[in-house]
Design a protein around this ligand. Sequence first.
Ligand code: C5P
Length: 224
Amino acid sequence: MRTASNPPPVIAIDGPTASGKGTVAMRVADQLSFHYLDSGALYRLVAFASEEAGISVDDESGLGAIASRMQVIFKDNKIFLNGKDVTKLIREEKIGTRASRLAIYPKVRDALLTLQREFRQNPGLVADGRDMASRIFTDAVLKVYLTASVQARAERRYKQLIAKGISARMNVLLQDLQERDARDINRGTAPLQRVEGAYLLDTSDLSVDQAVTQVLNWYAKLHH
Ligand code: C5P
């Protein structure tokens, strides 16, 4: 039986934007019947909510207040913010960019701390983001740093957008990814990093199935 000193296991999957970690994390969670936390969605929600409220992306206190007041429900692959279905709205590129700009603030990050940890429930959790292993779930049983070359990531994002009927330009996507990487890696608070003990998974030449299998194999090995 699990006790307070033996909390539900967490698999932390961190990595840069458009690396495919969301898809991999969700599939791993599904295979293990674990809960799933898309922590990036929370930053996107702050971006969306603050934009609607007319709060500037430079106003750390205002953004922190919004982050701590949000009513968030994840249900049936949908995300509700204060009762409204915002699943599609928060996936827009401009929201992702705004999210990466406000994610630099300690007040925003602190406001989301408890919310993220509440996802840790039996039988376990797969959490994806930037600081899952380094800050939110430092005791994760398995830590994975999932990445891919910037070229591979830009191509994936390009295909996704085109498939959705949204026009896109490769050079613009490449530049945007590089700017977002730089912001995530160089910020003072909870920067994106590969922590000690994290397995490196470079998916540039891997299919989703191969990446999922690798993570499941690492997890299975923990029990032997
Ligand atoms: O993963 P996703 O692209 O949806 O995240 C949006 C933005 O939120 C990222 O660019 C990153 O700056 C920020 N983020 C973060 N910490 C996390 C997850 C996301 O700073 N754990």
